[in-house]
Ligand binder design. Sequence first.
Ligand code: 3H9
Length: 710
Amino acid sequence: MNELVQLTKEKEIAIITINNPPVNALSPGVAQGISDAIASIENDKQVKAAVLIGAGRTFVAGADIKEFGKMTSGKAQRGAGLLPLLLSIEDCRVPVVVAIHGTAFGGGLELAMACHYRVASPTAQVGQPEVKLGIIPGAAGTQRLPRLAGVAKAVEMCAGGNPVGADVALELGIVDRLIHGDLLEGAVAFAREIEDKPIAKTRDRTAKLGTSAQNAPIFALARDTTRKKQRGLKAPLAAIDAVEAATTLPFDEGCKVEQKLFTECLFSDQSRSLIHVFFGEREVAKIPDIPKDTPLLPVQTAAVVGAGTMGGGIAMVFANAGVPVLLKDADQPALDRGLSTIQKNYANSVQRGRFSQSFVDERLKLIRPTLSYDDIAGVDMVVEAVFEGMALKKQVFSELDRVCQPRAILASNTSTLNVDEIASATGRPQSVIGTHFFSPANVMRLLEIVRGKQTGKDVIATCLQLAKKLGKVGVLVGNCRGFVGNRMFHPYRREAQFLVEEGASVEAVDNALYEFGMAMGPLATGDLAGLDVGWRIRKEYRHLEQPGIRQPIAEDRLCEMGRYGQKTSAGWYKYDANRRAVPDLEVANLIRAWAAEAGIAQHEPSGDEIVERCIYALVNEGARILEEGFALRAVDIDIIYINGYGFPAYRGGPMWYEDTIGLGKVYDRIREFNAQYGAHWKPAPLLRQLAEEGRTLADFGVERAAADYI
Ligand code: 3H9
């Protein structure tokens, strides 16, 4: 047919093979190839049935996402040309059996559902993940899925975007049979069984579409859950509307509704941002001076030193990925406490239905406690997660240097300290790296991988790959104070405090940023993390503060009063017995008094001002980090902020968001803030430079030579 789709025959069975690595995306060439193959089968009277299969590691992972940027609205309205192709398969003279392995996602599942029968490998997954890209299925997925799987499941899959495994797909009726053993062989045998058994086209089936009385509560509940769980996202609600259309309109009319909603979503800022995030999450693993074929070190076994909250969480991360892990602490009570927290966390996961009891039992067996450094001599990787203090860290690393096998990776979970100084406690700085997990480590997806001056390329490549194995997004960052995430978080939270000191209420600041889409407001986040943490760091680094730069006062004073946040039931807010935040009038009065004493001019900042000042503070510091080379590309910062700091993915991350507002506009606003609020708003030189050149942050840095990377 063409180089992307081949048509062969095994006697009376035609075999259409899609061969478009790496994931058999439905690019225009693939669609054309399938269309040609179907036309040829129509004309070949010897053919009694056909099998459609994917070559390589997967069936079809969806439409080619790279094509979306090139799409015009006319093309989008025709389902990128896929709709007519799917109708022609469904109308084919002979039954078409699709054989699924790997993933049938998005357009891949839509293609499969237009076939007459579906068989799958037991490990296959099927899903409509389009909402994760800010769109909805655009080739009748919202119309055919409810006809196969029923309305409730179709709503869940199209609006939630999560796939189901082959066994569930079989139960739901999406798949007709699982093939154990060779998939093609099994599919051909299946095709022979059904070659003279006509079956209703999916689009003509209505048995599972339910009645309006049955469906009304399903849609109401789905909309309610979506508004809560996918706050701010437009596509999931559009997906529900489209599935609803399948239940009220004939197939063709339902498809028209789907097309309209698909087009609206595709040309939205949310979709552009989420597609940026999709490619960004893959881009961050590509490091210019670390070739793809860099030899990797084995990580079959691991150890975590320090059984506190972070250490325990990190041990769970390894165990969850099936890596046996030793948990080391200095004394038995600390170790016991750590293990019991791990057990409690796992028990909660079972209670919430996240893990099964048998999964948890297996994971717990992988975590072995120890008090002795000598026990960890043979492991492939150690993550140090002891209390944040340089002297202690160095002591741990000199012990690790003494006991660990020569090729072991020695990683520190430090969130602030200098990785090179930590490495200097060993005779093998090339093996030392920072792996900064985020709390709770077993939940948060971000892993900042901190490159020291002498960290080996094999160690970096291994950690980037390991991140994926651990279910994390690993982002390589340079070794500066606070690395990328926390360094930017500092001015962001500082600005939130300034706003409060200038007259905004604590709730107004948090609400404005929550409404913007942040998972939590900055002040509530401080209360959750513990205000004393920042207070301790500020005291330690006070000597580094530049004279003449305004410093916030309120948070230090709250700490002096013992108000550390949730853990003391009081911080910026009061907390009730259920740890629910309650606005505290006492705090409001204290802040007014402190501001008057410090002579801070009062006004009532609007929601827009709150958002601009906090988010542009992130952008300004991000631009400095980029210019100094501590982050490789703007997208690296975006991925850090989305996965570690609750920045809304549908806004693409702070740097992408800035580019969507317009760099010139943001730069001008920062200059205004600089004039109005003081020297801490000095614009990053890179912003000035790019504004003058009319370029964007995304343009900058991609091509920067690795040698510049600090
Ligand atoms: C859709 O189908 C809309 C329809 O309703 C039709 C409308 C008309 N396109 O993730 P990996 C690339 S929307 C283009 O590292 P894994 C990816 O960028 C689509 N490229 O592998 C990467 O490139 P590189 C709905 C794609 O094994 C390489 O393939 N489908 C696509 O960890 C390997 O990817 C989805 O949303 C694509 N569709 O995971 C599924 N998919 O090597 C999106 C991947 O240059 N894909 N690439 O960095 C996935 O979820 C994962 O890629 C998958 C494999 C699970 C399939």
